[in-house]
Design a protein around this ligand. Structure first.
Ligand code: PBG
Length: 310
């Protein structure tokens, strides 16, 4: 039976994505995502202080390296950019929940989410799992609260859980990008992370948008493999998937309100199509109403400000 329950948004439900780039210098605004920046390491604490002041309790970090390679080893080298950012944030803001994206696409020269061996055009599965484990470990060592594998490599949650446990990181959680669709809405993110594939697309490892059953299978698999939080991504065009997952599974459910969804709202507001605040609150409420416990959104900072004004 449908309950007549009112859905509300709290700042505690929000996770803010942060792009951290290697090196020092200026904060670069991402042209396709007005208001979102790539922060150099030396600016990340200042930005985070503002977030914490607004009551935001969690961030999801994306490292943007200067060097890329075929195997993406910059992702797990000693003192990689994401690990450095984690160390810094956990030292200054111990109560902040720091989550990190674990995927190779920003680190590989070909832009795919896994390792592609010379002469091949498909992802080498075992080598990719090893690389993802090393990446996750480097973040855990730096103090990450959650690692979030998003490469859609089969068994990635299980492999990372085992690697974390074997190295004494039993308390590091895993947020699986469980139901990650091969979506057109990731365009602006690929600008931000400089991670567009040089050839082909991600349809071999991300889900096709006409299918809902495989999303449920992926979520069930991630839970079995040890995910503490599961995710549906994107959010707005997938509210039915969120609802179904919320009905079926008890694990905390996150929904990723992705870069393209953000860009639409921002550009529409600029054109005078709608009031930004009203449309954002409507969208985020709909994602929560569908059943998400957590919403990862580039609007988090604005929402936190608006909630304070109330
Ligand atoms: C990495 C990753 C992607 C996003 C988050 N992690 C992009 C992709 O699959 O190409 C997209 C997030 C967004 O669009 O905001 N695999």
């Amino acid at each position: 039976m449908l309950k007549n329950k009112k859905t509300t948004i709290s700042v505690k439900d929000l996770v803010y994505p942060l792009f951290v780039r290697e090196g020092i210098g200026i904060c670069e605004e991402i042209p396709s995502m007005p208001g979102i920046y790539r922060f150099p390491l030396d600016a990340i604490a200042r930005e985070t202080r503002a977030l914490v002041k607004l009551g935001i309790g969690a961030v999801l970090l994306f490292g943007v390296p200067t060097g890329k390679s075929r195997e993406g080893s910059e992702a797990y080298k000693k003192d990689n950019v994401a690990a450095k950012a984690v160390t810094k944030l956990k030292r200054k803001f111990p109560d902040l929940t720091v989550m990190t994206d674990v995927c190779l696409c920003a680190y590989t020269s070909h832009g795919h989410c896994g390792v592609i061996l010379p002469g091949c055009r498909t992802i080498a599965h075992k080598t990719t799992l090893d690389a993802l484990c090393r990446m996750a470990l480097s973040h855990a060592e730096a103090g990450a609260d959650y690692v979030a594998p998003s490469a859609m490599a089969k068994g990635q949650v299980w492999a990372i859980r085992r690697a974390l446990d074997a190295h004494g990181f039993k308390d590091t959680g895993i947020m699986g990008y469980s139901a990650k669709y091969a979506s057109n809405f990731y365009g602006p993110f690929r600008d931000a992370a400089n991670s567009s594939p040089l050839f082909g697309d991600r349809s071999a490892y991300q889900l096709g948008f006409s299918n809902s059953a495989s999303a449920m299978k992926e979520i069930a698999a991630d839970i079995r493999e040890g995910a503490d939080i599961v995710m549906v991504k994107p959010a707005l065009a997938y509210l039915d998937i969120i609802r179904e997952a919320a009905n079926r599974f008890r694990a905390p459910l996150a929904a990723y309100n992705v870069s393209g969804e953000y860009a639409m709202v921002k550009h529409g507001a600029k054109l005078g199509l709608w009031n930004e605040k009203k449309v954002v609150l409507e969208i985020i409420t709909s994602i929560k109403r569908a059943g998400a416990d957590l919403v990862i959104t580039y609007h988090a900072k604005d929402i936190a400000k608006w909630l304070k004004e109330r």
